[in-house]
Write a protein that binds this ligand. Structure first.
Ligand code: SF4
Length: 344
């Protein structure tokens, strides 16, 4: 019995195929609502409080998004939150979506840019993504929702940050958000190094790249993330992290008292630590049952959890790290990167 379980079913997938996607790419499914109802019933005996989501990739992607939102509310003890996560695909297509988000009390919504038009289309994985994001910005503003821009930065798009700065200025986002009492926020970050993102390892930023970041975007980033320096945002070199971890013989259990689970369209269950890859699979709801899945989670039973609990960090770093690399990482992201490599 867990205090609180959150379970997220990948019922519709995602219209995008982002190159930075830490969840990774998978085919889109079309599961009926009965699948979500059955999943909630299967988990309910094992949680004092249950929260159910009908997505873990793109929120509100299905045309029945309002019905699914209501259903998730009915199946949950703790009502799901919408957070600042919205579908720009739907914002560009569905005139009812912006007003609906506003009716839920959404006041800020996150959108992702990678630079200019071609680079954003390339990194989002489909044509017209940039144009749709601009459309989404207008719809959000019409509904008094402040767009918040995040930009994943690597060596390939570093030179396009000035275009992002110019776009923010041309669209007058600061003043237009202020007009309805919201701050406009923008932040840069390196992204994790798992899922699709791991393929960008070779072009992760290195310390000298931080000096090329436009000062205005650096200032916005530090203000939003409440950090003192870009180094705190982008992390330390792999060389420094490797040296630190090589002196650290600790292991860890990753099981938590209030877990969040991703359930894919074939009902395989994964903890939400990183991409739902085979090494993290806990079992299958239909073939194994929820009790066995939860026991695997609690006992660090997936191959990746077992590796983290039994392989000291010093061995992980020695076997998988590059002690000369100047690429920048956050410490936790770097450990996850090492762990995923070791499991493969
Ligand atoms: S990052 Fe989000 S929007 Fe992009 S492919 Fe992954 S789930 Fe879809």
């Amino acid at each position: 019995m867990f205090q609180h379980i959150t379970v997220c079913l990948d019922m519709r997938g995602c219209p995008n195929r982002c190159r930075h996607c830490w969840i990774g790419h998978a085919p889109n499914a079309r599961l009926p609502k009965e699948a979500l109802i059955a999943l909630a019933e299967a988990f309910r005996p094992f949680a004092k409080r249950l929260t159910v989501y009908d997505w873990y990739r793109e929120p509100d992607y299905g045309d029945d998004y309002r019905e699914m939102w209501e259903l998730c509310g009915r199946l949950s003890d703790a009502r799901p939150e919408h957070f600042e996560l919205v579908s720009f695909w739907r914002l560009a297509r569905d005139p009812d979506y912006g007003p609906w988000l506003a009716s839920l009390g959404v006041r800020r919504a996150q959108l992702t840019l990678f630079g200019g038009r071609a680079r954003t289309d390339q990194y989002t994985g489909r044509a017209n993504a940039f144009a749709e994001i601009l459309q989404a910005v207008e719809v959000l503003l019409q509904n008094r929702i402040a767009p918040r821009i995040q930009v994943f930065v690597n060596k390939e798009n570093l030179g396009e940050l000035a275009q992002v700065e110019a776009l923010v200025r041309d669209l007058d986002l600061e003043a237009r958000c202020r007009a309805f009492g919201e701050d406009f926020d923008l932040f840069l970050h390196p992204g994790s190094c798992d899922g699709e993102n791991e393929k960008l390892y070779d072009i992760r930023v290195t310390p000298e790249d931080l000096e090329k970041i436009p000062p205005a975007l650096a200032a916005r980033t530090l203000r939003y993330l409440q950090r003192e320096s870009l180094q705190q945002v982008f992390g330390r070199t792999e060389q420094a992290l490797c040296a630190e971890l090589r002196a650290d013989a600790s292991t860890a259990s990753l099981a938590e008292p209030n877990p969040v689970f991703y359930v894919d369209a074939a009902f395989n269950v994964y903890p939400n630590f990183t991409a739902p890859a085979p090494a993290w699979r806990l079992g299958n709801v239909r073939a194994d049952g929820v009790e066995a899945v939860l026991a695997a989670y609690a006992q660090d039973g997936s191959a990746a959890q077992r590796a983290r609990r039994t392989i000291p960090l010093c061995d992980l770093a020695a076997a998988q790290g590059d002690g000369q690399s100047q690429r920048l990482f956050g410490r936790d992201d770097y450990i996850t990167y090492l762990l995923n490599r070791a499991c493969r």
